[in-house]
Ligand binder design. Sequence first.
Ligand code: ZN
Length: 327
Amino acid sequence: MSQHFLLSPRAKTLSLAQVFRMSDAEAEDIFCKVRWSETEGKPVCPHCGGLEPYECRRPNGSLRFRCKACREDFTVTSGTLFAFHKLPLKGYLAAIAIFCNEVKGKSMLAMSRDLGVSYKCAFVLCHKLREAMAEEMKGRTLGGEGKVAEIDGGYFGGYVKPANNKENRADRRLARNQNGKRKAVVIIRERNGRSLPAVFRTEGQALSFIRSRIAKGTIVNADEGSSWDALHAQYEMKRINHQEAYSMDGACTNWAEEFFSRMRRAEQGHHHHIAGPYLLRYAQEASWREDHRRISNGEQVHMISGLAMKRGPSVDFCGYWQRSTSV
Ligand SMILES: [Zn+2]
């Protein structure tokens, strides 16, 4: 049997020990190279595009540039997902490395202990990394002529605790006994390709999303759920009845199930009851991890930093705690 990818040396190109051995200047250099890859790390003014900024560090020693042309100040993270950051850049690199190494997801409480930061800080940081991962999926379409994709749905959130005494327990399968927080995560996954998740109230509401994101000519695999019947008009469908088999005549949804397996493990092992507005972010994280599971951790860190630097300030979290505490 071949060796598991994560056991091979190819999987391990960046260790946390390496990050901690780096000097602050080396960490800054990595971020500069990721941000300004076209100029090989030489800063470009985000205000006027000027190519001659000079280093003008803050009194506390943190890296800052001043533009010769427009006199504006900026840092390597200005206008990116890490704008207004509080930790030293090395801390962010360590955070991304820890986040990548936990292939089933990282508990934010554990992250706060690892980095010596508050839970809030770790929470916001991890969610920004998820936003960065989601950046890659924007506008993604999957499949195409002769390609095979799988779709599947899974329900998350809305856990209702059963009452202590048996006689007080309600039937939690009935809609009236649920709390309305239960949502369906629907995944589209191209075999040997990329994946794309989305969140809906029910599987059935995902149809127009599926039609817009799976290209014509794709062979679509789905389970026996009646929500998918309407897709037969657009696509050549292969259905698999899981009551009978997990795979039959080439029809299966095992690629999609792998995504749900990763997401369930993240839910049960790290995040517990994931629901509400962040459900999509957790789904995007699991999807990104599935898509990149066979690349080295060093490359993953590089990709996530690149996505974070490409992305503007956080939509979910820019000034999040200030906003919620200033009311
Ligand atoms: Zn400028």
